[in-house]
Design a protein around this ligand. Structure first.
Ligand SMILES: Nc1ncnc2c1ncn2[C@@H]1O[C@H](COP(=O)(O)OP(=O)(O)OP(=O)(O)O)[C@@H](O)[C@H]1O
Length: 263
């Protein structure tokens, strides 16, 4: 296996002697899509900031591939509201050529907003603009802090699909934070459940059964997430009853199962 892009070794970040991130070990390789989940205040953003070098480690180490370019999509876009700024100018601030900026905007589906004011973009448009700015750098590592916030449910699914495609096109690693467990479970390769320390980690389908996951998120969340990954080998009729005579349809995605809670 190639060298990791990022290695965290017992990373600890404390504020006033209170650890926000506590002895975290993590590797991110090219091709990985890793999602950090955890309750509010669990240290997710602090961990990402330590990787980006904008938060100092109190103890432990952050190793980064020295050649690596990081594309970062922050949680919020903080802009001076009195400063007139259109999308074209905002993208130019990345230092990339006009062609690269336009290509990145086209890739995230917002090229038609080139002349629009960044102050008037919708939540979803803003997220796609921030992703385009990160993309224009041709990153080796894409770091996204809640990329789907402000994006409607259909938009969220296509945004996660876009992130997967970008991972394939750029052969980059992806490290993101998300609160939407259902989309996380569908769109990610590996989940890290953080609550200062790493409570549990693994494949989405397995993690929902982990006692540490259940303790952190509760039974209801764990069950609803487990349903999402239930593999169906049968079909249902219109009343929800199992139809056993049918052949399985493995590629049809989620169908609700009468043996589980419905969501
Ligand atoms: N610069 C700082 N100074 C002091 N405390 C901080 C600082 N940054 C973060 N914290 C504290 O560290 C803890 C973790 O914060 P962090 O923003 O990393 O959590 P999070 O998991 O990203 O939360 P959320 O899901 O609410 O965004 C919180 O208790 C927060 O108040």
């Amino acid at each position: 296996m190639t060298e990791p892009l990022v290695t965290l070794e017992n990373l600890t970040v404390a504020f006033d002697d209170r650890p926000a991130v506590d002895h975290v070990n993590l590797n991110v390789h090219r091709g990985d899509i890793i999602t950090i989940i955890g309750p509010n205040g669990a240290g997710k953003t602090t961990l990402i900031k330590a990787i980006l070098g904008i938060q100092k480690a109190t103890a432990g180490k952050v190793h980064l591939d020295r050649q690596m370019v990081i594309g970062y999509v922050p949680q919020h876009l903080v802009l001076e509201s009195t400063l007139p700024l259109n999308v074209e100018r905002f993208m130019a601030l990345s230092g990339r050529s006009s062609e690269e900026c336009k290509a990145a905007l086209a890739r995230t589906g917002v090229q038609h907003l080139l002349k629009a004011s960044v102050h008037h973009l919708s939540g979803g448009e803003r997220q796609r603009l921030l992703l385009a700015r990160a993309l224009a750098r041709k990153p080796d590592l894409l770091v996204l802090d809640e990329p789907a916030q402000g994006v409607d449910i259909n938009g969220q699914a296509s945004l996660y699909e876009l992130i997967r495609q970008l991972r394939d096109e750029l052969n980059c690693g992806v490290l993101m934070i998300s609160h939407d467990l259902h989309l996380v479970m569908a769109a990610t390769d590996k989940v890290i459940c953080l609550n200062q320390h790493v409570c549990c980690s693994g494949y989405p389908a397995d993690i929902s059964h982990d006692p540490a996951f259940i303790e952190t998120f509760g039974h209801q969340v764990a069950e609803s997430v487990a349903v999402y990954h239930h593999h169906h080998n049968h079909r249902h009729d219109l009343h929800g009853d199992v139809v056993r005579s049918q052949q399985p349809r493995p590629t049809e995605g989620h169908e609700e199962c009468s043996g589980h809670a419905h969501h």
